[in-house]
Design a protein around this ligand. Structure first.
Ligand code: GLN
Length: 476
């Protein structure tokens, strides 16, 4: 049977594997062929694993023995900051260029149990800092929809891998939008679950109070399938939650009620076609019988500022471990202090250094109260705003990003305009609430129709509503 990768989903591939229409070896080979054709242009993968076909062979055995599950034999791609035992995990940084993981992340352990096929590790902004994958030490990832444009970031490689038909699903990490924004720019689905829903054990630390491992796939159903396997309490990550952590609640009698913070969507920084696609999505929901109403989030305009204080503060501490002694690169100086300076200055890229400096500054004794403490107080106020809004609605809708994929180099030298990419996504990380990005239309730029995403945020622990409403929108 000819495998139609462009229209394949996990659900369909599983049926075919079960019926014997094709084997996992054949499916994996089809992906490897596609990667071979496209990766030199797109640069989604930093490494394609040589044993992918061996993994597929083992999966075929499992399927034959009748022990296969939904994910058995399904080829996937993993972001370069999630540990797979024995393989390189470099976080797209020079400082970890040859670092081999010594254990499996919990999510990897769970995927291995299902018998998935790991095709390779994907490109990203160094240590997940960025929104375009231009901060990778190993070259930019290009958007499969237009090779002159970015794929988004920081999980740009994971999004591009799925969008170029180079994997059926992928994992990324989302600290401020790093899965949802590239999903939006590449025309696929990305889910950032409730904080604590998915174990972070084995994900390289990037702002631990905000970060989550997160799935990307072509359909909402596929995202849900992966989510259901990787989620759940884990003794190795003390912040993980259980199904009972948050109460179940629903306002809408028949359908969930959708709230739109119009006051936050009126600025001229939002691309016109993106807004058009967003408005059309709201009309589509209304025509499907949903109530869509306006809500107020009084402190939402501070969210980006809060994020860009809390996140670097945590980073400056998270990245202290890369000292040239414990992991990766080591450069000799005249004493240990000079070792640190030389190793870190050589091993880290510009954006990483900028954030460590910013973080160290906002945590310094003279400024701690003025910046870090104040940002945390405002973080609580923003969370309160969302909790209050959820007394009247079940979902909050915004565009995922202010525009479609931008040109490579367009924002690279302007950190503030790059940080503005995160304006709609950081709130889910700040509040810990789950949010999904689903493709909702296109924006026309220079004769090309580029994908844009719709972001839906739900109450803590209510991924179910995101899946339900997302599936209704996409029809799968
Ligand atoms: N673009 C955001 C940043 O640069 C998001 C990063 C992330 O989610 N890892 O911080």
């Amino acid at each position: 049977m000819k495998i139609d990768l462009a229209n394949l989903t996990i659900a369909k591939a599983h049926e075919h594997l079960k019926k014997g229409d094709f084997t996992s070896v054949e499916l994996t080979q089809a992906y490897l062929d596609e990667i071979n054709k496209k990766n030199s242009d797109v640069n989604a993968y930093l490494e394609v694993f040589k044993d992918a076909l061996d993994q597929a062979k083992a999966a075929d055995e499992l399927i034959k023995s009748g022990k296969g599950t939904l994910l058995t034999g399904i080829p996937c791609a993993i972001k370069d900051n999630i540990l797979i035992k024995g393989r390189i995990a470099s976080s797209a940084s020079k400082i970890l260029e040859n670092y081999h993981a010594t254990y499996d992340a919990t999510v990897i352990e769970r995927l291995k149990k299902e018998g998935v096929v790991f095709l390779g590790r994907t490109n990203m902004d160094e240590f997940a800092m960025g929104g375009s994958t231009e901060n990778s030490a190993y070259g930019v990832t290009r958007n499969p929809h237009d090779l002159e444009r970015v794929a988004g970031g920081s999980s740009g490689g994971s999004a591009a891998a799925v969008a170029m038909n180079g994997a059926l699903f992928s994992l990324g990490t989302d600290t401020g939008g790093s899965v949802r924004q590239p999903a939006s720019l590449c025309g696929i689905v990305g889910l950032k679950a409730t904080y604590g829903a998915i174990s972070r054990y084995g994900a390289m630390a990037m702002a631990a109070s905000l970060n989550q491992i997160a799935p990307l796939a072509r359909t909402v159903t596929d995202c849900e399938t992966v989510y259901n396997i990787i989620r759940g309490a884990d003794a190795k990550d003390s912040v993980t939650i259980t199904d009972d952590t948050y109460p179940k609640k629903r306002i809408g009698k028949k359908k969930p009620v959708i709230g739109v913070p119009r006051h936050f969507l009126s600025g001229d920084g939002i691309d016109k076609d993106t807004m058009k696609a967003f408005n059309a999505s709201m009309e589509k929901y209304q025509s499907m019988g949903y109530e869509v109403k306006e809500i107020k989030l009084p402190n939402i305009s501070y969210a980006l500022m809060v994020y860009y204080i809390v996140m670097p503060a945590e980073i400056s501490s998270d990245l202290a471990r890369f000292d040239g002694v414990k992991y990766g690169l080591h450069i000799d100086g005249k004493d240990v202090i000079e070792d640190y300076f030389k190793t870190r200055r050589t091993g880290f890229g510009k954006e990483v250094i900028r954030r460590i400096l910013l973080g160290t500054y906002v945590l310094s004794s003279g400024y701690y109260d003025a910046y870090y403490n104040r940002a945390n107080a405002v973080r609580r106020m923003i969370t309160e705003d969302f909790l209050k809004a959820f007394e009247g609605v079940d979902l909050i809708a915004t565009p995922t990003a202010p525009g479609p994929a931008f040109k490579i180099g367009e924002k690279a030298n302007d950190p503030i305009s790059m940080y503005l990419e995160d304006i709609f996504t950081v709130t889910a990380n700040i509040t810990g609430m789950p949010a999904i990005s689903i493709p909702c239309g296109t924006s026309r730029k220079e004769g090309k129709d580029l994908p844009v995403g719709l972001q839906l945020t739900a109450r803590h622990g209510d991924e179910k509503t995101l899946f339900e409403v997302g599936k209704e929108f996409l029809g799968e």
